[in-house]
Design a protein around this ligand. Structure first.
Ligand SMILES: [Zn+2]
Length: 202
């Protein structure tokens, strides 16, 4: 098999982006090379730089430069309370709502109930490791009010229910079908304050 030419290779590479198929990729490649070569060079440079610099925080699994993110390194945070969320944007939303003073764990994904509940789509192993070396007593499951959020919460509860943690989930005050990052701060704060405890561990 011969190597594709440079333009074809670029189109194929752009198809790694979410929701980008060959047609869209072709339009993108054309725009980058025809109309905005400077922007294309900046994109290539930023991508290369990010690949080199951005890692996952050793504690919470969010994106960060260096070993630990600012939030995990902050001694003011309550080391006993851990909130589990889907994505880094959810951490940002919770911080805007000022309703959680503990630490976070970012799953970097969600469980899809119609795609065989694939457990590899969330960072379960890293969560188990994080819990093993912590002083956490309370876990707040802050997954979305969607089918995926429910499936993710179910997997987490099954994983954690035999462990000595107080486990709670955000109250049902959140609009059904909502992703955390799009819920307004007031509603989010209320859902955290009214969270429902799911087990009877102290
Ligand atoms: Zn962190």
């Amino acid at each position: 098999m011969s190597h594709p030419d440079a333009f074809t290779r670029l189109i194929q590479a752009l198809c790694v982006l979410p929701n980008v198929g060959p047609k869209t990729a072709q339009r993108m490649a054309h725009a980058l090379l025809q109309q905005n070569r400077q922007g294309a060079a900046e994109l290539a440079h930023a991508l290369q730089h990010a690949l080199k610099q951005v890692n996952h925080c050793l504690d919470c699994n969010t994106f960060c430069e260096g070993e630990r993110c600012n939030l995990c390194a902050d001694p003011q945070r309550d080391p006993q309370r851990l909130m589990i969320v889907h994505m880094p944007a959810d951490v940002a939303a919770m911080e805007r709502a000022h309703c959680h003073d503990g630490h976070y764990f970012v799953l970097m994904g969600q469980i899809n109930p119609i795609q065989n509940m694939d457990l590899n789509s969330i960072a379960l192993e890293k969560l188990v490791q994080r819990l093993a070396r912590s002083t956490i007593s309370e876990i707040i499951i802050a997954t979305a009010a969607t089918a995926e959020g429910d499936a993710t919460a179910y997997v987490l509860i099954e994983l954690l229910k035999a462990q000595p943690y107080r486990i709670s989930r955000l109250a049902r005050g959140m609009p059904l079908g909502s992703e955390i990052e799009y819920v307004d701060a007031g509603t989010l704060a209320q859902a955290v304050y009214e969270r429902k405890q799911l087990n009877h561990t102290p």
